[in-house]
Design a protein around this ligand. Structure first.
Ligand code: AKG
Length: 296
């Protein structure tokens, strides 16, 4: 706690745009996730194309299953949903977002050994602008995250000033910024590493990405996006799936009250309109057509 009675991570969040809470979950809790995820990976053997649940690496096969992502895992197994009610997580979230909180989306990025896909630099805000900026993401480390197994990389301080960089290419949403525009100093990138069970929390305006997994160890990180209950989406790139399966937005509260009156503030927005010929599948698919890449 600092002098004003606020946990220190709140100041860190506002200054740098992110912070780490090591070992929020104990190893028994982590193991519950791992068991469920191992079962899902087994299930993916019979899949040959992306589905509503599985996003596949290009070299995925039945013999050697390799996933990039498990989409909306909280709809697949309660372990992912139950985490949102974890008292330690709730304490962190309410310190930043206040007492009334809703979840926006959940995704489990599974970076398999020997080449699990990179993600180009982007701001989450570009994907789901809201009517105010009380929007953040929590990464829950299911495995130890090291500098070798494809950690999330952040650019500290890039969450301010509030601006949304151009994530479009040729007029369509491409899910990443163009590194050749030199708007960001990538030499400032910091890998977010930590033991399994840790969480890191980052602002939706933070520029971040992730290199590919060049190690022999899997890196599974589950990303939860949370918003203050009075922050309502201006656009949801993965709509209507989210609304249809999770029920109406006002029923997705994880703490406090559902607030159906949006708090509207001046926020920068560029509408993330996807390609007309391909429904939005995942960030990996959106980034497929990029001409200029940083990581590969
Ligand atoms: O997998 C990572 O480390 C980064 C995830 C991310 O930025 C995303 O899924 O939007």
């Amino acid at each position: 706690m600092d002098g004003a009675g606020q946990p220190n991570f709140v100041a860190e969040y506002h200054e740098r745009g992110y912070f780490l809470v090591p070992n929020l979950l104990n190893m028994d809790e982590v193991q519950r996730f791992r068991t469920v995820i191992d079962g899902l990976i087994e299930r993916s053997r019979s899949i040959t194309q992306h589905t509503d649940v599985f996003d596949l690496e290009p070299d995925h096969t039945a013999e050697r299953p390799r996933l990039r992502r498990i989409k909306q895992p909280h709809r697949v197994d309660p372990v992912f949903r139950d985490f949102m009610a974890h008292p330690k997580l709730q304490a962190v979230l309410t310190a930043i977002l206040g007492p009334d909180i809703r979840h926006q989306t959940v995704k489990l990025n599974t970076k398999f050994p020997d080449g699990g896909s990179a993600l180009e630099w982007h701001q989450d805000w570009a994907f789901y602008p809201h009517c105010n900026d009380s929007v953040l993401a929590v990464g829950l480390m299911i495995d130890d995250v090291t500098t070798e197994n494809g950690p999330t990389l952040v650019i500290p301080g890039s969450h301010r000033p509030r601006r949304v960089l151009d994530h479009h290419q040729d007029g369509v949403f491409a899910g990443a910024i163009d590194p050749t525009r030199k708007e960001i100093d990538f030499t400032k990138a910091v890998p977010v590493t930590g033991p399994a069970g840790s969480i890191f929390v980052f602002d939706a305006f933070m520029v971040h990405g992730a290199a590919s997994n060049q190690s022999k160890n899997i890196r599974r990180t589950c990303f939860y996006e949370f918003v203050a209950s009075d922050a309502w989406p201006i656009h949801q790139i993965n709509d209507p799936g989210v609304v249809a399966s999770d029920g109406p937005l006002e029923s997705r509260g994880i703490a406090g009250r559902a607030i159906v009156k949006p708090r509207v503030t001046e926020v920068p927005v560029r509408m993330p309109i996807p390609r007309p010929d391909r429904p939005y599948g995942s960030i990996y698919e959106a980034q497929k057509d990029l001409t200029n890449r940083y990581f590969s």
